[in-house]
Design a protein. Structure first.
Length: 128
């Protein structure tokens, strides 16, 4: 594959950050449920042990790492490896008790109303 083709593919999929060793952006969806806000992030190819979620006040930080690729002579290579990061602000009034699950390549984080602003890591439960 030509380096121009590889560069074009990397630009289209956010791979320039990965190639430079910089954390890639994690897209999220957020919605309000009864007494909680839910943040959902797709993390395909990531192992649950490689994900960290921290809640501090109204801020949620998600960090993940897709493990190193196998050394192969790829004909087409669009998957990106390395770190992913995202911090989002929760709506006013949220920042309380949090729980996270991971299944089918998706992280779901539920954060209740309230909270004392303390920084805390959230345990992630792997669902089959």
């Amino acid at each position: 594959m030509s380096s121009q083709t590889e560069t074009s593919l990397m630009s289209a999929g956010g791979g320039e950050a990965a190639a430079a060793g910089q954390p890639q952006h994690v897209p999220v969806n957020m919605y309000e449920a009864e007494q909680a806000v839910v943040v959902v992030a797709p993390l395909p190819g990531v192992m649950v042990d490689d994900i960290t979620v921290v809640v501090e006040g109204r801020s949620v930080s998600i960090a993940a790492d897709r493990r190193t690729k196998a050394v192969k002579d790829y004909l087409l290579h669009e998957w990106h490896y390395g770190p992913y990061e995202r911090t989002v602000e929760l709506p006013e009034g949220f920042g309380g008790t949090a729980e996270a699950t991971f299944a089918n390549g998706q992280l779901a984080l539920r954060v209740e109303r309230g909270g004392d602003g303390e920084r805390r890591a959230v345990e992630i439960v792997r669902k089959p």
